[in-house]
Design a protein around this ligand. Structure first.
Ligand SMILES: Cc1cc2nc3c(=O)[nH]c(=O)nc-3n(C[C@H](O)[C@H](O)[C@H](O)COP(=O)(O)OP(=O)(O)OC[C@H]3O[C@@H](n4cnc5c(N)ncnc54)[C@H](O)[C@@H]3O)c2cc1C
Length: 471
């Protein structure tokens, strides 16, 4: 670690004169290792990632981003781009290079007439929900409100509204971007169509998105929240849920999870710290029909804990924020899955009984419904035929447990990987190299590499699930 600090300082002194010139061009923050705020500014969400950039820039507008990109290019720096900083692999930072941290660019503007939502590149989903809810609109997003719009959208984005309105990228209308050569362009169906195709799943490989334009969908109060059952019921509940989700109308969504019940109210004391299975629902159909829709679910096996009911969408989307604050150790492994047979279900249960810490979990997110009806070549997201995105998550506040939690995640993933459709949602992977990236894109990788060669031939944007340029 101290070597990294020294490297960062050396690099800083080497480029010091240029930084002085850069200060004339940037209205946002320029943070160096000698600055008081550096220690806080260098941190990302996953505390397992501990890197020391030479320079952190926090732009406030597109002009700042262009100056930062030009500076990084001229100086030959490794450049990491940071949106919400939630990336598990820690692609929002870099040792000895420059971070362009977009966290001062979080503006959201709703157009209630057009039903569109313009979101700046450093916003988090809570910013979007807060702005859209008063207009009765929502953009499909993830399961926490603290995750960044940037990284989640560019990777694809699955969440409570996936079955009803598609992935986040399926609701993207255009993206304003700064490219590696400093040019400002718009990617949409009408302009730079190839770039628009690539950013819908291809990650941060093609440039910095300064703002996203999304379609807003009519969502207000939904019928949602978690139901928990004892672990012994999982062998019945999981196949029941799988059949239900594979055949349900789009407005019914529920992700399946194995978790430990937190030792806090409102969870009943007798279940606190027990490992249980759960489904977290989000029904977006007519509220007056909801009780009827959930009647057979509740009577199939009465939940031990039932918090499902009418809830404003932003409240559902932020329900688990407090359980996962920034600064914990994270290691995770994903897979796309078409179907779980009895053997796979037994393996899921077996490994969930061994969840190594209270914060660790296994989640299975449905990606069928509206998301599954888009063609596999229509966007860079190549797994439209998979029904589930599975993630095995090892989390703990204490780094002393890292070896143990990582071993559990790797063992569980290896046991279940034979049931994979081939690759994984790359936003649920660590930094594992080309084979993993290629598996994540399937046949779409070749076209992505060609588009990368057109827009970023020198691979300037390479701190990401990297697509290598190949014309
Ligand atoms: C607690 C937690 C919950 C999650 N839940 C979900 C979920 O429900 N659904 C889901 O789909 N995913 C989920 N994820 C995964 C999430 O999508 C990824 O971690 C994603 O990378 C986070 O994006 P970010 O902007 O916060 O991350 P960052 O670390 O800031 O960035 C991640 C990557 O995106 C790039 N990037 C970010 N913003 C921009 C931009 N404006 N322009 C260009 N490149 C950019 C970065 O360069 C980097 O490569 C979750 C992650 C966590 C930690």
């Amino acid at each position: 670690m101290s070597d990294m600090k020294t490297d960062a300082k050396k690099t800083t002194s080497f480029i010091q004169d240029s930084i002085t010139a850069l200060r004339m061009k940037i209205r946002g923050d320029i943070i160096q290792p000698s600055d008081l705020q550096y220690e806080m500014a260098r941190k990302v969400y996953n505390a397992m990632i501990d890197k020391h950039p030479a320079l952190i820039i926090r732009p406030v507008d597109v002009a700042d981003i262009r100056s930062a990109v030009n500076f990084g290019y001229e100086q030959g720096l490794d450049v990491a781009v940071r949106g919400g900083s939630h990336n598990g692999a820690g692609f929002g930072t870099v040792d000895g290079g420059m971070v362009i941290d977009l966290s001062r660019m979080r503006g959201v503007r709703v157009d209630p007439e057009e039903k569109t939502v313009r979101v700046e590149g450093g916003a988090v989903w809570g910013d979007v929900d807060h702005a859209t809810y008063p207009f009765g609109l929502a953009v499909p997003c993830g399961f926490l409100s603290t995750t960044g719009v940037g990284g989640l959208t560019l990777g694809g984005g699955s969440g409570y509204l996936t079955r009803r309105y598609g992935l986040t990228i399926d609701n993207l209308l255009s993206a304003d971007m700064v490219l590696a050569d400093g040019r400002f362009v718009t990617a949409s169906r009408e302009q730079n169509e190839d770039l628009f195709w690539a950013v819908r799943g291809g990650g941060g490989n093609f440039g910095i998105v300064t703002s996203f334009l999304f379609r807003g969908n009519p969502v207000s109060t939904v019928y949602g929240g978690p139901m928990f059952w004892p672990m012994e019921a999982a062998a019945d509940i999981l196949p029941y849920w799988q059949d239900l989700i594979l055949n349900a109308p789009d407005e019914l969504y529920g992700w399946f999870g194995f978790a430990t019940v937190p030792p806090v109210a409102p969870f009943p004391e007798k279940y606190q710290l027990q490992k249980m299975c759960a489904i977290v629902w989000c029904y977006t159909g007519p509220l007056e029909k909801a009780e009827q829709v959930f009647k057979p679910i509740r009577s199939f096996r009465q939940p031990a804990i039932d918090f499902t009911g009418p809830i404003p969408f932003p409240a559902l989307q932020s329900m688990f924020d407090a359980l996962f604050p920034a600064g914990y150790q994270w290691y995770w492994q994903g897979d796309f899955v078409k179907h779980y047979d009895d053997k796979a279900i037994n393996l899921l249960i077996e490994h969930s009984k061994e969840l190594p810490t209270m914060f660790s979990n296994i989640h299975i997110y449905p990606i069928n419904g509206a998301a599954g009806r888009i063609g596999p070549r229509d966007t860079a997201w190549g797994y439209r035929d998979a029904n589930f995105s599975q993630v095995i998550v090892a989390v703990d506040p204490d780094p002393a447990n890292n070896e143990r939690i990582i071993r559990w995640a790797k063992d569980s993933w290896s046991a279940l990987h034979p049931y994979s459709a081939g690759g994984a949602y790359l936003n649920f992977k660590m930094d594992e190299g080309q084979e993993t990236v290629k598996a994540g894109y399937r046949e779409n990788y070749t076209r992505l590499a060609q588009i990368k060669a057109k827009y970023d031939p020198n691979n300037f944007f390479h701190i990401n699930q990297n697509i290598l340029p190949k014309a």
